[in-house]
Design a protein around this ligand. Structure first.
Ligand code: ZN
Length: 200
């Protein structure tokens, strides 16, 4: 599988806030409502502010988040596992939210990273237009590249609103994606331990 590449568009090349608000007005009219009626008048501004928050991951460099590592771990060489990291993302096919949890583990060599940094890496990729598969691979790759660990395991379990509120209308289907590298890939016992610890 080829590595997913994703280069955010530089800020200087992005449309102006006015152009983005015009686009929202167009979508409102296209849906069948009047963008100038009172209740909708400030909606374009609110939508672009919400977009800033939902898509703030484009302005975070995951490699930078992982660049500060610690080497003094007193010989700790077992898995580091983070469970139940909230994932709030948007599918790139419908710009509909998908919500769930990420589980991340790695087997350190000599470098470890602050635990909050791993959460930030998940967020950096989640707060973009995504597919769950790509996001899962990107999280694993970023940790792999930065820490050169003996292995990385990532699982994402999420419900896609483009499936629950439209299309097939299946509210209860959750999608699980996993990505294993290094020893997690070659050693099924390690995979099992990871899945057991995270309760999957
Ligand atoms: Zn979708």
């Amino acid at each position: 599988m080829s590595k997913p590449t994703l280069k955010p568009v530089p800020k200087s090349e992005r449309p102006s806030p006015e152009a983005a608000m015009d686009a929202v007005r167009t979508l409102i009219a296209w849906a069948g409502d009047d963008p100038d009626r009172e209740g909708l008048r400030d909606t374009p501004k609110r939508v672009i502010n919400a977009y800033r928050e939902w898509f703030r991951g484009y302005d975070v460099d995951p490699a930078e988040e992982l660049s500060r590592t610690f080497e003094d771990v007193s010989g700790y060489d077992d898995m580091v596992i983070l469970r139940e990291i909230d994932v709030e993302s948007h599918c790139e096919h419908h710009i509909a939210p998908f919500l769930g949890r990420a589980y991340v583990a790695y087997l350190p060599t000599e470098k470890v990273v602050g635990i909050s940094k791993l959460v930030k890496v998940v967020e950096a990729f989640a707060k973009r237009l995504q597919t769950q598969e790509t996001m899962t691979a990107q999280i694993a790759d970023a940790i792999e590249d930065a820490l050169k660990p003996r292995g990385v395991a990532v699982m994402v379990d999420a419900v896609h609103q483009c499936m629950s509120t439209r299309g097939v209308h299946h509210p209860d289907v959750s999608t699980i994606t996993t990505q294993f590298t290094g020893e997690f890939k070659t050693n099924p016992a390690l995979q099992d331990r990871f899945l057991r610890v995270i309760g999957k």
